[in-house]
Design a protein around this ligand. Structure first.
Ligand code: ADP
Length: 255
């Protein structure tokens, strides 16, 4: 199927901020079913690339095709509806809401009900509410947080909050999940739990595109890696080839 060769095809992507070209004619292909990592030095354009894919920022040029459909020009809610979900570098949970409610919010993309309606009295039928809550509880079990559903989001340890965010993103049933530094701020135990979770997400058939600085995580979960430097693609390939690539070594060592 076409989706197995290039689920996400980025060609000639450009994003400028004033005089800074953050993404400079980027080409990148994410194959369906892969865990694909986007790495590179600070300021190389990784987060900007995710922000343009999810239409948080508009592209200044180029093309982004998702399963053949052109994403450039689509608003972010349409991109979510097309099957792309994301998490952010900084945790964005509703701290005072319960964990399960935070996950339920991720479901609104897939239901006809509007944002937050599942939580507003009279905003959804009791039956819809029960179904949404039950699937949110299943997702919490999937990410290893069964039992945490009734706690307020802010009361959870940091690593658990990150997994709630992943559960919320999965609640929209994405085909492509974008993760911006999922291991940031995690201790080694939390990172190991995350690595196992990323593998289970991949087994579901969900394609993952992630930015990550933890090279142990990147090298152990990725099928393919794209390396950026100054907004340009300098290498793309499997982890072993990337680790030996002289251009990559130079970019990281600043040689
Ligand atoms: P990375 O994620 O690889 O660290 P970024 O995508 O955050 O890199 O940044 C790439 C470049 O774009 C940097 O020079 C950064 O300062 C600039 N940049 C990113 N976001 C903005 C913004 N909202 N406004 C202005 N410049 C930005």
């Amino acid at each position: 199927a076409a989706s197995e060769s290039g689920l996400l095809e980025i060609r000639g992507l450009i994003k400028r901020f004033g005089g800074v070209t953050a993404v400079n004619a980027l080409d990148m292909t994410v194959r369906g079913g892969d865990v694909h990592a986007l790495i590179g030095p600070n300021g190389s354009g990784k987060t900007t690339t995710l922000n343009v894919i999810s239409a948080l920022y508009h592209a200044d040029g180029g093309s982004i095709r998702f399963d053949g459909a052109q994403l450039v020009g689509m608003p972010s809610h349409a991109i979510a509806k097309a099957g792309i979900a994301r998490t952010f570098q900084n945790i964005r949970l509703f701290g005072e809401l319960s964990v399960v409610e935070n996950v339920m919010i991720g479901r609104h993309v897939r239901t006809h009900a509007g944002f937050l309606s599942a939580l507003v009295p009279g905003g959804a039928t009791a039956r819809e509410e029960r179904a949404t809550r039950a699937s949110a509880q299943e997702l919490l079990a999937f990410v290893g947080l069964d039992g945490a559903g009734d706690a307020t989001a802010r009361s959870l340890p940091y690593g658990d909050q990150r997994r709630v965010e992943i559960a919320r993103a999965l609640a929209s049933e994405p085909r492509l999940l974008l993760l911006d530094e999922p291991a940031a701020g995690m201790n080694p135990t939390e990172t190991d739990t995350l690595i196992a979770l990323l593998r289970r997400i991949r087994e579901l058939g969900t394609t993952l595109l992630l930015i990550e600085h933890d090279m142990n995580l990147v090298m152990s979960v990725s099928d393919r890696i794209t390396v950026l430097n100054f907004g340009q693609h300098i290498a793309e390939g499997p982890p072993d080839a990337i680790a030996r690539n002289p251009d990559v070594i130079t970019a990281y060592l600043g040689g």
